[in-house]
Design a protein around this ligand. Structure first.
Ligand SMILES: [Zn+2]
Length: 328
């Protein structure tokens, strides 16, 4: 399946499926459903039903193989640890790459005929996980594409790809849904407090779901930041410690909060936490940048804080200090 906010792109692509170029590059932010879209498109292109219209038939032998994960004319190049929902930040720390060996192993698949006498489809997810040698090896295939082979590259950060790779692909941008559309969909997923989560992750619905499972007490934290006189710092810090909350996630939340204060002061807009506009409006005159520097420093120690509870307390009191200095 693809997500409802990508319906018009889906129609556009399948309308031209007989004349698609040999390499597509599907781009967009992490957590909007690019993986699902690319996978469904692969299934659609391999579906052998002559009656299929806007969706794969789900009944033919090809669809059944595809769903079971063993269609002989489909190859997926991916890195196991990465899911679409994952924070893009994690990429920076990931040492996993799609290697040149994986591309070489693809050679047999690419240069021998299709098992079903139709198309062969290769999905690369995400394309920025190709290391340099792998990207160059893939480039050779893209430069001399065998007939009936379609490459679908998916990328969260397509600007990072080699220019030569980009120029060999036709790019289709998958968009972030409008917040109303995303919230309608999240409502069907039984996500409590979906609105706060959605804005917290910058609008990508699948990341909002992933953030649900993260351990930070987002509501309590935001409420405390917005109502400093009621902020039970020690209690929240103890809860976060007990839950083994990620210090990085807590810092990210504080950074977003500060960014909202700064943005509001400059433009009157709020990006992450619009539900807290009243509080953020009060804070537009504070010296928020100072706190931002504190957070950047804290982030350096965030992987291994010696004492988590104290680490969190210090962060939250840091915010109180900023307010105190600004006499709010
Ligand atoms: Zn089918």
């Amino acid at each position: 399946m693809y997500y409802p906010w990508h319906a018009s792109l889906w129609q556009k692509l399948i309308a031209q499926c007989a004349s698609l170029p040999h390499a597509l590059l599907l781009t967009g932010e992490a957590g909007i459903g690019k993986y699902a879209f690319a996978l469904y498109l692969s299934q659609y292109l391999l579906c052998e039903s002559i009656e299929k219209q806007e969706a794969p038939c789900e009944q033919c032998a090809a669809c059944r193989w595809f769903i079971e994960g063993n269609h002989p004319d489909f190859q997926m190049l991916s890195i196991a640890a990465l899911e679409e929902q994952e924070e893009p930040e994690a990429r920076k720390h990931s040492t996993q790459w799609i290697t040149v060996d994986a591309i070489r192993a693809l050679g047999n698949f690419v240069y021998t005929g299709a098992h079903r006498r139709g198309r062969r489809v290769i999905m690369v997810y995400p394309a920025e996980a190709l290391n340099l040698a792998a990207a160059n090896a893939l480039l050779k295939m893209l430069e001399e594409p065998p007939a009936d082979v379609l490459f679908i590259l998916v990328s969260h950060h397509w600007q990072r790809l080699l220019p030569t790779i980009k120029s060999r692909c036709r790019r289709f941008a998958l968009s972030l849904p409008h917040p109303d559309v995303a919230l309608d969909w999240l409502a069907t997923q039984n996500i409590p407090n979906a609105r706060t989560q959605l804005f917290h992750v910058g609008g990508a619905p699948l990341r909002a779901i992933a953030a649900q499972t993260a351990s930070i007490q987002l509501d309590e934290l935001l409420y405390g930041l917005a109502h400093p006189r009621e902020f039970e710092v020690a209690k929240l810090a103890a809860t976060l410690e007990k839950q083994k909350a990620s210090a990085v996630e807590v810092i990210e939340c504080l950074q977003k909060w500060v960014m909202d204060c700064i943005l509001y002061a400059q433009t009157g807009n709020i990006h992450y936490y619009p539900d807290f506009e009243t509080a953020i409006a009060q804070y537009q005159h504070i010296t928020a940048w100072d706190f931002y520097d504190v957070l950047i420093n804290a982030r350096k120690q965030a992987q291994h804080p010696l004492n988590q509870r104290l680490f969190f307390e210090k962060l939250f009191y840091g915010w109180m200090d900023v307010l105190r200095q600004s006499a709010i």
